[in-house]
Design a protein around this ligand. Structure first.
Ligand SMILES: CC/C=C\C/C=C\C/C=C\C/C=C/C(=O)SCCNC(=O)CCNC(=O)[C@H](O)C(C)(C)COP(=O)(O)OP(=O)(O)OC[C@H]1O[C@@H](n2cnc3c(N)ncnc32)[C@H](O)[C@@H]1OP(=O)(O)O
Length: 302
């Protein structure tokens, strides 16, 4: 409920035609980062959408610096942008990528899960569920152009796509590392991973909290392609052509056939999953583990 209200408010206030550059007029063509013109870019403070309706796709750029952590506001803005693209018949695909150098997404925002009250945890978890459900089941072709590190929730987002292109940089590790934080990947994170890499690889990766560098990620099937860093976006665009050449209804029905049983499991147990999360995350030991982890991230700097 709170999420629905939040989304309505954000839709009105944030989802406006958006053009970069001082003095730019909303809805008009304007410059985008990296040069070139942006034809009717739109978005919100944390999500930039660069649509190419003639080509049938849009690039969704995550820009929640410093690390694209998936805060409640950020999740909500991503959902709104996705919804807008899904409801426009001009779009058949999106490429999701990051505007934060070296980081695809640091995953769920630890500050949303630490030191807050149960109502907040429930609201947050509902938004996380919603993001996964919407991306996992989207009728659009979703390609991830992974141009940075993507642990835990960042990896889940990538795994929810139909195809993953990863930049070949040894720092850009990807995986569900929850156990390293002293927390447990929920069953639908686990199912998404199993569906991608198979049971044995997932079992080992989940227990050990493995973060796979590019060559390993490709070997186990966590990503579909590894390319030089400067070719991630062009490789994602190239592969899109193949996906868009397939009759849309056949591809969409096939995607649903493959993914619905996994999504249905959460849909059937959604409230229980929220309660489970709230109970788990509220435990003193878990709160302590998260605080310690955040502290370690801070100390790393000094
Ligand atoms: C029985 C089971 C029932 C229910 C299930 C229950 C629980 C399971 C719940 C949830 C699953 C969790 C999923 C997640 O996604 S948890 C998040 C996991 N993410 C990580 O482990 C990544 C942590 N971050 C890093 O490793 C590095 O920051 C990173 C490699 C991404 C970037 O390194 P860099 O050196 O470039 O930046 P930093 O200086 O480390 O960070 C800058 C700044 O950002 C803050 N930060 C980083 N990550 C997060 C995050 N995920 N959330 C919030 N904030 C984050 C970091 O602290 C720094 O802040 P500051 O010091 O204030 O500048």
């Amino acid at each position: 409920m709170a999420l629905a209200v939040g989304m309505r408010v954000l839709t009105r206030s944030l989802l406006r035609p958006w053009v970069r550059g001082p003095g730019a007029t909303p809805g008009r063509t304007g410059p985008v980062a990296g040069g070139g013109d942006c034809v009717r870019c739109f978005g919100s403070p944390r999500v930039l959408v660069e649509p190419d309706p003639a080509a049938g796709f849009a690039v969704m750029k995550m820009r929640n610096p410093p690390v694209n952590s998936l805060s409640l506001e950020f999740l909500t803005e991503m959902l709104i942008s996705l919804e807008k693209l899904e409801s426009d018949k001009a779009f058949h695909a999106i490429i999701i990528t990051s505007d934060c150098p070296g980081i695809f997404s640091a995953g769920l925002d630890l500050k949303e899960m630490c030191g807050r009250d149960p109502t907040h945890y429930a609201e947050y978890w509902k938004a996380v569920q919603e993001l996964w459900l919407r991306f996992y089941l989207s009728h659009l072709v979703v390609i991830s152009a992974i141009n940075g590190v993507s642990p835990a929730g960042g990896c889940l987002l990538a795994l929810s796509s139909d195809y993953r292109v990863l930049a070949d940089n040894p720092k850009y590790a990807i995986g569900l590392n929850e156990t390293l934080l002293g927390i447990v990947a929920p069953f639908w994170f686990k199912d998404t991973l199993v569906n991608t890499v198979g049971h044995r690889v997932a079992e080992r990766a989940l227990q050990l909290g493995l973060l796979f560098p590019p060559a390993e990620a490709l070997r186990v099937g966590m990503v579909d392609q590894v390319v030089p860093e400067d070719q991630v976006q062009s490789a994602a665009r190239s592969v899109l052509a193949q996906w868009l050449a397939i009759p849309g209804h056949a591809r969409q029905l096939t995607k649903t056939l493959m993914r619905k049983p996994t999504a249905d499991r959460l849909l059937k147990e959604r409230d229980a999953d929220i309660q489970n999360f709230v109970r788990f995350i509220s435990r003193d030991a878990i709160q302590k583990a998260l605080r310690t982890y955040l502290e370690k991230l801070k100390q790393k700097k000094s």
